[in-house]
Design a protein around this ligand. Structure first.
Ligand code: SF4
Length: 398
């Protein structure tokens, strides 16, 4: 189970504070080359770890915006992953191989690019549409408009993509019931296999964070957000989507395998400058370069090699050609109590819920007042109607 981080975007969205660098197709060949070399080096270094997670054979390429990276670089990265090159085509086959894309890249690169992705083994595409309302898209500083989102969706389908996930955002103060209804109508006409809906949050390092500090943005009230979430649940449920996790809906049988495994704490290897890894007991993370290293120079992306997770430490700046991401910058081993909390938080985000014995004695009052229910399998879950306040319920349980 591999996650691969592609840290490039063509511009930054208002709400986002993910680590990413501005890069754009042909202009940034040197940056893409440095990134690809560093990623391949990391994949080689961590070959044993990757092999150890192979019982779940999934690959997820996230970002940033992975569709910014030209196909030729992606092909080289896939080739270096274990077993790359041995398969007939060029790359290892994954049971689920997802790549995130943005509509403008799909429209500009066209069906040939999409067919190229499929030829590399991609069998699931996740597209960030966010809204079908042009004024909201402009406010978010997205590069596409609703027309381009529709066009991109059509290109993906025509090129043969059969498993498509779409991201949308709710929790905006300007998202009225009517505007959200129009976005959902459009979405349901397209009928993607999977829909993720994330609530807007004000991140410190984002443009939105600055706007909020300067008094130029006021968050939607909890009541507004709850009403929008209820509208999502109602509309998508009526359209036949299974609400299998707080933020995720799927047509039956199209639940995300890779993301689903995060919620059951399956080990995974994360490659790239801001990727996390988990080996079953230890979480470790790479990090973008500190100011002391070559950060700020986009043409010199690279890695500073660390040791195993148990040897993880902050590696000082080194004179590596292009070193600017820190491999396994840090790690943490959860205590038994922290592990239980994590199991509760992750498990109670899902419709599958948690085993009753994990919940402990704190479950009884929550079962009594309906904030927890039993699934047909005898597990405990938070009912859909209470998912919006799940953090409070889980805190009470702990
Ligand atoms: S939301 Fe996606 S496209 Fe926008 S800045 Fe963040 S990573 Fe880039």
């Amino acid at each position: 189970m591999i996650y691969l981080h592609v840290p490039f975007c063509r511009s930054f969205c208002t709400y986002c504070d993910f680590y990413s660098e501005i890069a754009c197709r042909d202009r940034d060949a040197q940056t893409f080359e440095a990134y690809t070399q560093a990623l391949c080096a990391e994949a080689s270094d961590r070959r044993d770890e990757i092999e150890a997670t192979r019982d779940l054979d999934t690959l997820y390429i996230g970002g940033g915006t992975p569709s910014v990276l030209p196909l030729s670089y992606l092909e080289r990265i896939l080739f270096i992953l274990p077993e790359g090159g041995k398969a007939a085509a060029c790359c290892r086959k994954y049971s689920e191989f997802t790549i995130e894309v943005n509509p403008e890249d799909i429209v500009e690169k066209g069906a040939e690019y999409v067919r190229g992705l499929l030829a590399l083994g991609v069998n699931r595409i996740s597209m960030g549409i966010q809204s079908f309302d042009d004024s909201i898209l402009r406010w978010m500083n997205r590069r596409h408009d609703a027309a381009r989102a529709r066009q991109a969706f059509a290109i993906l389908r025509e090129a043969g993509v059969e498993n498509l996930s779409v991201d949308i955002i709710f929790g905006l103060p300007q998202l009225t019931e009517a505007v959200l209804a129009r976005t959902l109508d459009e979405l349901l006409r397209l009928r993607p296999e999977h829909i993720s809906a994330y609530q807007l949050s004000v991140e410190e390092g984002s443009t939105l964070g600055r706007m909020a500090r300067e008094g130029r943005f006021t968050e939607a009230s909890q009541e507004q957000c709850a009403a929008q979430y209820a509208q999502l649940c109602r509309t998508l449920g009526e359209a036949g989507y299974v609400h299998y996790e707080i933020s995720n809906w799927a047509l039956p049988g199209r639940e995300a395998v890779h993301n689903g495994a995060y919620w059951t704490r399956h080990p995974y290897v994360g490659l790239g400058p801001a990727a996390h890894s988990f080996d079953g007991t230890t979480r470790s993370w790479n990090s973008k370069a500190s100011a002391a290293t070559a950060s700020g120079n986009r043409a010199t992306l690279g890695i500073v090699r660390g040791g195993t997770a148990s040897e993880a430490k902050r590696w000082g700046p080194k004179d590596v050609s292009g070193g600017s991401w820190l491999l396994r910058e840090g790690y943490e081993v959860l205590s038994a109590a922290e592990e239980r909390e994590e199991q509760l938080f992750l498990g109670l985000r899902t419709a599958r819920g948690i085993p009753e014995e994990l919940a402990g004695p704190g479950a009884a009052p929550l079962l009594a007042d309906g904030r927890l229910t039993r699934t047909p399998e005898g597990r405990l879950r938070i009912p859909e109607a209470a998912w919006f306040v799940s953090d409070d319920i889980i805190s009470d349980l702990i």
